[in-house]
Design a protein around this ligand. Sequence first.
Ligand code: NDP
Ligand SMILES: O=C1O[C@H](COP(=O)(O)O)[C@@H](O)[C@H](O)[C@H]1O
Length: 205
Amino acid sequence: MKDLLEAPAFWDDVPSFEGSAPHIFVVLGASGDLAKKKIYPTLWWLFRDRLVPENTMFVGYARSGLTVAELREKCQQYMKVKEGEQERYEQFWGVNHYVRGSYDTRRDFELLDQEMQKVGTARANRIFYLALPPSVFDVVTSNLKACCMASQGWSRVIIEKPFGKDSESSAKLSNHLASLFKEEELYRIDHYLGKEMVQNLMTLR
Ligand SMILES: NC(=O)C1=CN([C@@H]2O[C@H](COP(=O)(O)OP(=O)(O)OC[C@H]3O[C@@H](n4cnc5c(N)ncnc54)[C@H](OP(=O)(O)O)[C@@H]3O)[C@@H](O)[C@H]2O)C=CC1
Ligand SMILES: O=C1O[C@H](COP(=O)(O)O)[C@@H](O)[C@H](O)[C@H]1O
């Protein structure tokens, strides 16, 4: 598995990296801990290394009334900006936007959709990252489905663990998501599986 992931030929052949297509990456819960410590730093490093399509916009969404400058300040200590990267770093924040809104109000998701229409084109692909407590996964995904799907491009929803707290709540979440999205539109992430120690479990055993 590790060999496969590391083989350059594997990545060279990936057909779905749409380098010139416009993309909008939305961080829901942008004001939170996961967003500042993991998501924005990772987005910055991908942007810095030109591993996201050139024409990508980022939109943060949360109930807190933040400006992009305030969001930037919250993330600052985790971004690890090195010498010589400042110009690219400014470019990164230059393509960032922020929308204030609640998780259970449809009107706010309509406004998020309007912002996405403003910053991107109709054919932009949309990626939604739920950096949110599991208590709002249901209502947020319902509102995304109702108001925020890409009109011409594709849409994807990414959820960070936990996917429920027992088999019943996990099944409930899975059924809810399956009622809204096709399986290929969903990504479930457990960043711990990317940790070196976890990846070395096979060797350790
Ligand atoms: N922090 C981490 O390192 C990791 C987190 N996770 C998972 O990621 C998700 C987000 O975690 P994290 O960022 O730490 O969480 P936070 O508690 O920081 O929540 C993220 C944002 O969600 C909003 N929020 C918080 N509590 C509630 C609530 N009760 N109802 C509605 N909105 C709320 C807040 O934004 P606002 O008030 O502005 O709307 C907050 O900034 C969780 O599922 C967590 O388990 C997984 C791995 C690591
Ligand atoms: O998933 C989790 O991640 C957080 C952060 O871990 P980090 O080592 O990547 O900083 C961790 O605190 C939490 O216990 C774990 O469930």
